[in-house]
Write a protein of this length. Structure first.
Length: 176
């Protein structure tokens, strides 16, 4: 397996990867306003049955990630792209924001995503970033577990982040 920088010709292969997933859990958010105080709580909630979820791959996001100031990695095996990672760089705040970590369905749980994260962290360090963050939906429990297993900790949320209305949760890992 080879990890390399993506090129424009890789985008159709990346979009062709089955990135959909199933989940039996979600992060449930509750907001509790009170006089002078506001509280937001997240708790893991078990769903009554497994929920299939369509991953919203975005050609424009991948196209944007090709810029030299951003990180777009692909993993190849036998000249076929089997996984990719995109990370937007914010040099002003010294943050790398991971937007996509996609691994072909039959190859999940084989440390491929973790290998991509390791290379992305190295890229971020080489580009003088101090923190790597990851974004995901509250319903993407497999991604939440993956990112936490790779040393990221919860650092915030945005309840109006994704175009489809999903809540975003953010996780970070310092590089220094």
């Amino acid at each position: 397996m080879i990890i390399r920088d993506a090129i424009e010709q890789d985008i159709p292969s990346c979009l062709a990867i089955d990135a959909d997933y199933e989940t039996e859990h979600v992060w449930q958010m509750t907001f509790q306003p009170s006089t002078g105080d506001q509280a937001v709580h997240f708790r893991v909630e078990r769903l009554p049955r497994q929920m299939p979820v369509t991953y919203l791959a975005d050609q424009n996001r991948l196209q944007h990630a090709l810029a030299s100031q951003h990180c777009f990695l692909v993993m190849e095996e036998a000249e076929q792209i089997i996984a990719y990672l995109t990370m937007r760089s914010d040099p002003i705040h010294q943050i790398g924001m991971i937007q996509d970590v996609v691994v072909a369905r039959p190859l999940r749980r084989h440390k491929i995503g973790s290998r991509l994260l390791k290379v992305a962290r190295r890229w971020a360090t080489e580009h003088q970033l101090s923190v790597v963050m990851a974004e995901t939906q509250t319903k993407n429990y497999p991604a939440i577990q993956f990112i936490q297993a790779n040393g990221f900790v919860f650092c915030g949320f945005n309840d109006h982040y994704f175009r489809n209305g999903d809540i975003a949760v953010f996780f970070c890992a310092p590089l220094r």
